[in-house]
Ligand binder design. Structure first.
Ligand SMILES: Nc1ncnc2c1ncn2[C@@H]1O[C@H](COP(=O)(O)OP(=O)(O)OP(=O)(O)O)[C@@H](O)[C@H]1O
Length: 405
């Protein structure tokens, strides 16, 4: 495949067979990895491998993000034993000046799935101009060929019950007759596998693509399924985390889905913003508690989605009321009416209010969420799912059948 380019492989410890096998695996990864709907193989102008380090010379199209490419290729090639990639990138000349055709040495990267911190080397010369590119907009993103609607579930603040709500909403959408997938993008606390009772199941790889795990009929993929254990702390830097998450979205063989529900990391930082800019999202659901501080953070979430032109499908107020199981006294432990106020202020629907109930917690802890077992709380989630279905059609994106991964 790469006979036309300068290709050097060397490693004293490899047998000729090992060398050929690794070179062939690298060729395969490069052939199947796509940039702008074209194989990156067509953009490689030089390739050198020195043991487990790979140097790539690339001529990339305008508008792509070399850092993301470096992270994603890093992950794919790490499976074959490549520990670091060096990239020399040429980008097309911008309209004014020809500076950006200078080769750009990217920082060295290793596996984007690795939890070890990555040491990034400095660019070759400080005088080189930075690679600049406009942030992609929702309108410029191609719809996924297999997925009709992508919903992101977000919260400004951690611990408000975003993941519990995501998993129950996904099951509720399924109960309403939809084909549903779940992508757990919460790198700080990936909890989908445990909540769906598939904590020890690892996704398989088929043709360099992840195969989602079947979790009670949901096609589920979680960053947690790829880590080495529950206790592994996830402390990735922004680009590394974003690269890994984009890989989960892009390099997964998603079946035909009516909905892909993405459990976002809490907060409104760079990772959330980048994801919101790179994934063709139909709409966002904001989960909050009625607490003042959570509401302030939820507002930031709504504003972030407004800025990135992602429609907010509505707000879910979680832990709204608590009924004492002894005396049946009902109390608004986290305050009252906050969800309603925020929905009014931003003119977005209040999709539903959920009670604070130990039963909801107990079910997700067991890996059998309320909707799955159809307990007394299931109707709340079904009602939220119905409200989402009603709202979402207004924001539907066309399905792109031509996109090939
Ligand atoms: N309505 C509810 N009633 C009772 N407990 C709940 C409710 N919703 C969520 N919980 C519990 O609250 C805790 C936090 O919930 P969850 O993990 O879903 O929050 P999160 O916002 O996703 O957190 P993180 O920020 O860590 O991702 C869990 O123990 C969960 O079982």
């Amino acid at each position: 495949m790469f006979n036309f380019i300068k290709k050097i492989s060397s490693s004293k410890s490899e047998t000729p067979q090992q060398q050929a096998a690794l070179d062939s695996a690298i060729d395969k990864v490069l052939s199947s990895y796509q940039v702008d709907k074209m194989s990156i193989a067509t953009m490689v102008t030089g390739l050198k491998r020195d043991g487990d380090e790979l140097t790539l010379d690339l001529r990339l199209p305008v508008g792509c993000d070399p850092e993301i490419i470096q992270q994603e290729l890093g992950s794919l090639l790490h499976m074959h034993g490549i520990k670091a990639i060096h990239m020399n990138v040429r980008l097309p000349a911008p309209a004014k000046g020809a500076e950006s055709t200078l080769p750009k040495q990217m920082p060295k990267t290793t596996d984007a799935m690795s939890h070890k911190p990555t040491v990034a080397t400095k660019p070759k010369t400080e005088a080189e101009p930075p690679i600049t590119k406009a942030a992609p907009t929702q309108a410029s993103l191609s719809p996924h060929p297999h997925i009709r609607h992508i919903i992101v579930v977000a919260s400004g603040k951690g611990g408000v019950g975003k993941s519990t709500t995501t998993v129950n909403i996904a099951l509720a959408l399924q109960k309403l007759g939809n084909r549903v997938g779940v992508l757990d993008a919460d790198i700080y606390g990936p909890s989908m596998p445990a909540m769906l009772g598939v904590a020890n199941v690892k996704p398989e790889l088929e043709n360099e693509q992840f195969v989602p795990i079947d979790a009670h009929g949901l096609a589920m993929l979680s960053i947690g399924s790829l880590l080495e254990g529950d206790s592994v702390p996830v402390a990735w830097r922004g680009p590394k985390a974003t690269g890994a998450l984009m890989q989960l979205y892009n390099q997964t063989n998603w079946p035909q889905l009516d909905y892909l529900v993405i459990d976002m990391p809490p907060g409104t930082g760079d990772i959330q913003l980048t994801l919101a800019q790179r994934i063709p999202v139909t709409g966002a659901v904001i989960v909050t508690t009625p607490q003042h501080i959570a509401l302030l953070d939820a507002q930031k979430g709504i504003e972030m989605f407004n800025k990135t032109h992602i429609p907010v499908l509505g707000v879910v107020e979680n832990m709204a009321l608590h009924t004492c199981s002894n005396c049946q006294h009902t109390e608004a432990i986290f305050g009252e009416g906050g969800g309603e106020r925020i929905a009014e202020q931003y003119r977005v629907p209040l999709l539903g209010q959920l009670p604070l109930a130990s039963g909801i917690r107990a079910q997700v802890d067991k890996g059998e969420p309320s909707v799955l077992v159809n307990d007394e709380f299931a109707p709340y989630y079904i009602s939220i799912a119905k409200n989402i279905e009603v709202n979402i059609e207004k924001f539907a994106k066309p399905v792109d059948d031509k996109r090939i991964f």
